[in-house]
Design a protein around this ligand. Sequence first.
Ligand SMILES: [Ca+2]
Ligand SMILES: [Ca+2]
Ligand SMILES: [Ca+2]
Ligand SMILES: [Ca+2]
Length: 316
Amino acid sequence: MLYRSNYLKRIVNINLTAFVLQYVYIMAGTINRSTFLMVWRVKYEKITGISGCGGSFNLDWWCWLNWPGADQRSGFAFFMGNFPRAEKYRPNFASGSSVIADVNNDGVNEVIVTGNVYDCEDEYISKYIGPFIFNGDRSRFKDSRYNWESAPKDSGLPLEEDYSVIEHIQPNPKVIDLDGDGEKEILYSSYDGRIHCYWLDKQEHHNWPYEVSDPEKSYIEFSSVPEMVDIDQDGLMEIVVSTWTNKQSGINGRVLLFDHKGNLLAQIELPDSFHKGQGNGALACPLVEGIDNDGLYEVVVNSVNSGFIAYDIEQN
Ligand SMILES: [Ca+2]
Ligand SMILES: [Ca+2]
Ligand SMILES: [Ca+2]
Ligand SMILES: [Ca+2]
């Protein structure tokens, strides 16, 4: 267990000159050695000169450690300091799938993932879902024009993470060239109620992100993994998502169609639920295909409460 504590006296007694104290942690009692090592490893990079019991400084960190022996499972440790964001914020890649694609069109594939970035210092608080690009050797993507060694930050705080309130978002990225310039863009839906779209310059251009969940409304609305198809075959992708709302709202989700700039071209509300009094929604990524040989695309949606639905897409 990791506890925060005011164990100032003891630390001050050792030496605490010109040091900004922000947090003190105590890990005490009988602890699991692997837990200890995990915490230790996270902090170790910033600690110099530790040997057995003792203290050591650098500009940002201080640590005092008592570990009775390598085979023993009891001991305690203190970690303190004004932890920099780079040490506190960690992405967890558990909830979004990865995509292998050649983002910069140089003939070499990259790996694109979205991560839920947590502030790991306190209570593992979700801060945003961000995109990351890796090379095949797991290093961060960088070429002569674009540098993803530092990924885009702070795309948006979660509106809700409790699936008893609203079903979880799946932030699976879609990686495709939306605007026909040969370089790929990264789209994903996020728990901040928006659809994000990043270009390789790490910016969201045009009217992205699109706010699916309207802050003026009394309910939350999340969107599916986006599907992209060039519906009118003009070389520019169109984007389709389906949506759902929080369970108590009773409000039906929608199907939304966008152009590559994040402009809403069309929308339709899902039909009412087969079960009276319940709202309807569609969590799965919609399918955009021609299903009836009329030469035009349909959007096929797997709804929560009214079966499969197919919509014609009519061009104005
Ligand atoms: Ca590449
Ligand atoms: Ca592009
Ligand atoms: Ca198009
Ligand atoms: Ca058709």
